[in-house]
Design a protein around this ligand. Sequence first.
Ligand code: FAD
Length: 470
Amino acid sequence: MLHLPEESLTDNHTPKKIVLVLFHNDFRVNDNATLEHAATLASSNQGRLLLLYASSLTNTDKQKTWSKAYHFDEMGFARQQFLAESLADLDESLHHLGNKLLYLPTDSLSTDNSLSKIDTFTQLCHLIEQQSVTDICVSRTADYAQNQAYAALQVRFPQISWHSQPTTTLFTAMPTKDLPKSFTQFRKQVESNYDLLNGDNDLTVTPMPKFLPPLPDDMISNSVFFYQAQTFDKHAQQEARFKGGETSASAHLTDYFNSEAPSNYKTTRNALDDWTHSTKFSAWLANGSLSVKVLLNRLRQYERDVIANESTYWIWFELLWREYFYWYAMNHQQKIFLFQGISSQKPMTRSDKKLAQQRLQQWQTGTTPYPIVNACMHQLKSTGYMSNRGRQIVASCFIHELGLDWRYGASYFEQHLIDYDVASNWGNWQYLAGVGADPRGCRQFNLVKQTEQHDPNGIFIDKWQGKGIS
Ligand SMILES: Cc1cc2nc3c(=O)[nH]c(=O)nc-3n(C[C@H](O)[C@H](O)[C@H](O)COP(=O)(O)OP(=O)(O)OC[C@H]3O[C@@H](n4cnc5c(N)ncnc54)[C@H](O)[C@@H]3O)c2cc1C
């Protein structure tokens, strides 16, 4: 009897697909249309599936010059830890489904053991060539630098088929004809055209794949690319409740909606510190460990089963802010990083470079003359999180009291926030700097009044040593 190689028996003369998924802010297996699409593509003719996270695809020299211009050194500790936990959890889920997470670090030594470093983009190109990848699947993103990297890959590998799926937003395409100039106009148009909160049906979510096609054979034994879980020093751990990953996101979703917190959200959301006073979903939403559609469906269920009031409506309202900034970033592309933003005028800043440098440092280290600002900045550095009110206060101080270029503030947030999201971060900073989507122009918060209102007994300032270490 003739023995054909296994490959020819199974492929019916169609070459096997080698499908590569580039994870980016879609770190989950539930409701992940990108993963599901990739799995379907690869299993259609017993193809192979590569599931990869590349830590920074935007590290090429060309992109460094503009996107990294304001960046401080590297990711803050809390953000690193949250990311590492998220990837470890994703790896475990992929493992259960029959595959594994591959990982490309920011820089790695070249394979010939010379000490020259290769950037992530180049490493990825080598992998694509080595594995003869036929298809690449990604989630749509408003991250301009990431999209630039995708465009560069498409130029480099024109033969590869690209597939991009919406996984980040409630709407698969912009829900308004043009992007309205203000959030209020956006919200009104969305609410009059779509009834996602109160409509009869839940939002459709993508089922988790039952299994995943395997890695290419030569990769199974090649552990160089396997994601290695990191361990962290216990003393330096962020607030334990912010644990990265889909498993923790799902547990938090259950806990939050099993509590009374959603029914009081509107009255508590401006608190500076307490865990239950706002939803705390942002970090999991930002890296995609939690699907916003799953979250909205759970909110709908809460409204059906428990209560529908102004507070539950306000959670939806805030999710619409997230949505607005996503489409804002998609629409304005690299303009979200410009000093003058989308406006025609540059804001005022302090011209004395030395003084500006000194003030920047005071702000970062929480040693400004403003205890409330210092407390918030200490909280950010140690936990990777700051309340929305805190962010407004420190950003307003940065722009108005300290007179600094808002982009340095946004970059510092980028470095430290565990919920860092390109669109929400740069969009909110622009808004507060008066060069974005705020029809009222620049907003200045009165720091004394804010302190009286949100920390009347100085508990928050004491906890986070806003007056310095005594
Ligand atoms: C200067 C500045 C920078 C910011 N940077 C980020 C960022 O990088 N990533 C980020 O997710 N949010 C950012 N925000 C928005 C907001 O502060 C956080 O989303 C919120 O504090 C997260 O906590 P929470 O999940 O408890 O929010 P909740 O008050 O419970 O809100 C529920 C959800 O709605 C969304 N949301 C709420 N407020 C906003 C808003 N103003 N803009 C966009 N989405 C919102 C978030 O997804 C949030 O999880 C920023 C705000 C400011 C003022």
